[in-house]
Design a protein around this ligand. Structure first.
Ligand code: FES
Ligand code: FES
Length: 189
């Protein structure tokens, strides 16, 4: 049978059998960013977006995505132009083996679209369906919180949580001399 879908913004028609999962079809067509871990819906390694919602593609019958919009990690960013969430994972070294990371990033981008300023607890809850066997989750959670800050205000907040670059705290400003006859500046505040 043929499945028509929008895949990473491009209209596609793909061949599938009725028993195929979405993950089967994606990987057969070269979209190998979504990983096959448990194949039973337990690990989240295969998470993609279907009509903007995070979905475990290993347990999603491909027949259910007929006419849907599917986004995989390949549609997010490129090596030269990473999505802010991908960039935050890199900057926070939020990975070890990396096998869970595509699913983590797809789950995280869906979270930040729905809730651009999540609390740490909300990040942990949102990622609770996605397992990682390497990192202990701490750096992953930090990366998502960092991405939320970066996406919220562009560039103002330093990646290490330091003072905003556009803050005027400590800035020096010249003030005019109280005398009128010399034209100098008398100091800084
Ligand atoms: S491979 Fe899909 S949830 Fe584990
Ligand atoms: S980084 Fe290895 S499973 Fe998450």
């Amino acid at each position: 049978m043929e499945i028509e879908l929008e895949l990473n913004g491009v209209e596609r028609t793909v061949e599938a059998s009725k028993s195929d999962s979405l993950l089967d079809v994606l990987r057969r067509n070269g979209y190998t960013g979504a990983k096959r871990g448990c194949d039973t819906g337990a690990c989240g390694f295969c998470t993609v977006h279907v009509d903007g919602e995070p979905v475990k593609s290993c347990v999603e019958p491909v027949t259910k995505v007929q006419g849907a919009s599917v986004e995989t990690i390949e549609g997010l960013g490129t090596q030269d132009d990473l999505h802010p969430v991908q960039q935050a994972f890199v900057e926070n070294t939020a990975l070890q083996c990396g096998f869970c990371i595509p699913g983590m990033i797809m789950r995280s981008t869906a979270l930040l679209e729905a809730n651009p300023a999540p609390t740490e607890q909300e990040v942990r809850e949102a990622l609770s369906d996605n397992l990682c066997r390497c990192t202990g989750y701490k750096k992953i959670v930090e990366a998502v919180l960092d991405a939320a800050e970066q996406m919220d205000d562009g560039t103002a907040v330093a990646a290490d949580g330091g003072r905003a670059l556009d803050s005027d705290d400590g800035a020096t400003t010249e003030v005019e001399c109280s005398r009128t006859d010399c034209g100098c500046t008398e100091g800084e505040k």
